[in-house]
Structure formats: structure tokens, C-alpha cells
Design a protein around this ligand. Structure first.
Ligand code: A3P
Length: 284
């Protein structure tokens, strides 16, 4: 099991990421106007969105998503694998990242690159993260959900505090090149949300093409797609039984939080997210 790599006060994965790259990314990585960036706090539905965006690009043709690993289709800018792929790639790029606002390439902020930021009920993010990370060797493993709950509220989890990540990125929400989505909206109205993404990206899909995007990005299809379900990740990074596609539902936290935990979480949420209109958070 790896310990975190602490960088500018943020706990990052102990493997696959290097300080040197992080320093370089911030000041030297050039985001181009034609790039599309998928930015999330971990366990918010990142891979679902990547699959959708890839399928929008191929107008629903599944060949790309079924032949190229998801982390090569939309590489992670902060990783040792993704960074060189992106720097050498010509033309419009799909870029994924979990980086907090202050560590993200500065060039983005003066570019016209499009960013899609997905938020999810942090209670579900917590539960999803607990079940995922304790099956990996990427991070310090929590002994119990209770322990992970405490770490999460303090921000001592991968990519730091959900509250800080979300607060900082939400400050971009009124910009034309920033699309804010929620996992909850994606679940409740998948077609309508995919149409929103198409509009934002300037892509026009026929009805049958949209049907294919919906079909191949569904939970069931992604669960069976070896290029997207993490089943090909090297065994030294994961423990037996790691599942990216675990439940794929909203509100699973209710099956895991005690009443006291639910109340404690509410209190922290109210304090930390004060000033943001409640309608931004469709789960509230
Ligand atoms: P659960 O653990 O609650 O099931 P990320 O990609 O950011 O790591 O997020 C993973 C979460 O997204 C997991 O949540 C996973 O099941 C869910 N997810 C992935 N693909 C999905 C899909 N096609 N439909 C619904 N949920 C999906």
C-alpha cells in the first residue's frame, strides 16, 4: 500500500504521479483552445462522462471505446502515463483530471478550451470512494467506513477536500467554456444531459446516434467493456475484486451512514458550502 504524495498541501496518489510533472503541469502545460477537459473530484462519475464524450465524438460507434483503454482515450494530465501522451498529441485533445483548481494548468484559464465539471452528492462520493480505494494499492487504506468518513470530512483523502475542490471549481460556473453537470442529473435524465453535452461541444447527433451513445455508455455496457471497467489494471495496483462499476445509483449513502454521521455531514456541508445557491446541488 502506498502513502500519499503530498503536493502543496493536497494528498495525491503515491504511485503514477510525480512532483516534477505536477510542477511542470501548472506552469508549462499548454491547454489549447480546441481541447475538451473532463474535470471531477474522484468517484463522481468521471469514467461515465469520459465514455459519453468519446461516444459523442464517434457518433455512437463503439469501436473506439471497445479497442482503446479509457485512460488512453482521455489521458490524465497529472499522471506519468497521461502527461507525455497529451504533450505529444496533435489536434484537439480529450483531457481528464482530478486536480484541484490551484494545481491545474494555468494556461487553461486564459484559453477557450471547454471544461465539463461533474459534481455528485459528496455522501455518495464518500461511500463510492471507500469501497473503491480499499481495493487499491494507490492510497492509504481505510480500516473501516467510519475511519474513511472522518478522513473525508477533514480532506485527508485522495485529491483533498471535496468541499474545497468543489467550491473552487464552481467559481468558474458562469463562464461560457465551463459546463457544470451532476451525476444525479445524468442518472435522472441521461438523454437530456447528453444532449446538453452535445450542445456545449457543438456536436449535432441524429436520434439513432444518440440512442447508440446511450446504449454503449449504460452501466451494463460499461461494466462489460474491458477497455473501461478497469479489469485490465495491473495487479500490483489493485486487490482482487476491484470494481469501477459498483452500483451506479444515487443515495447509496443512506445504506451506510448512521443517523449521527448523516447529521454530522449535514452540518459540515452547510458550513463549507455557505453562499452557494442550494439549486446547484440537486441531491439536497
Ligand atoms: P458507485 O461506486 O456508487 O457505484 P468515477 O468514474 O469518478 O471513479 O466514479 C465511479 C462511480 O461512477 C461508481 O459509483 C460507478 O458505479 C459510477 N458509474 C460508472 N459508470 C457508470 C454508468 N455508466 N452509469 C452509472 N454510474 C456509473
Amino acid at each position: 500500500m502506498s502513502d500519499y504524495l503530498w503536493f502543496e498541501g493536497v494528498p495525491l496518489p503515491g504511485v503514477g504521479i510525480e512532483k516534477k510533472i505536477l510542477e511542470e503541469i501548472s506552469h508549462k502545460f499548454v491547454v489549447r483552445d480546441e481541447d475538451t477537459i473532463i474535470l471531477t473530484y474522484p468517484k463522481s462519475g468521471t469514467n461515465w462522462l469520459i465514455e459519453i464524450v468519446c461516444l459523442i465524438h464517434t457518433k455512437g460507434n463503439p469501436k473506439w471505446i471497445q479497442s482503446v483503454p479509457i485512460w488512453e482515450r482521455s489521458p490524465w494530465v497529472e499522471t506519468k502515463i497521461g502527461y507525455p501522451i497529451l504533450t505529444n498529441q496533435e489536434g484537439p485533445r480529450l483531457i481528464s483530471s482530478h486536480l484541484p483548481f490551484h494545481l491545474f494548468p494555468k494556461s487553461f484559464f486564459s484559453s477557450k478550451a471547454k471544461m465539463i465539471y461533474v459534481i455528485r452528492n459528496p455522501r455518495d462520493v464518500l461511500v463510492s470512494g471507500y469501497f473503491f480505494f480499499h481495493k487499491t494499492n494507490l492510497v492509504k487504506n481505510p480500516g473501516s467506513l467510519l475511519e474513511y468518513f472522518e478522513w473525508f470530512l477533514k480532506g485527508n483523502v485522495l485529491f483533498g477536500s471535496w468541499f474545497e475542490h468543489t467550491r473552487a471549481w464552481l467559481s468558474m460556473r458562469k463562464r461560457d467554456n465551463f459546463l457544470l453537470l451532476s451525476y444525479e442529473d445524468l442518472k435522472q435524465d441521461t438523454r437530456g444531459t447528453i444532449e446538453k453535452i452535445c450542445d456545449f461541444l457543438g456536436k449535432k447527433l441524429e436520434k439513432d446516434e444518440l440512442d447508440l451513445v446511450l446504449k454503449y455508455s449504460s452501466f451494463q455496457f460499461m461494466k462489460e467493456n474491458k477497455m473501461s471497467n478497469f479489469s485490465t489494471i495491473s495487479e500490483d495496483l489493485i486487490n482482487n475484486g476491484l470494481k469501477l462499476m459498483r452500483k451506479g445509483t444515487t443515495g447509496d449513502w443512506k445504506n451506510h451512514f448512521t443517523v449521527a454521521q448523516a447529521e454530522a455531514f449535514d452540518k459540515v456541508f452547510q458550513e463549507k458550502m455557505i453562499g452557494f445557491p442550494p439549486e446547484l446541488f440537486p441531491w439536497q
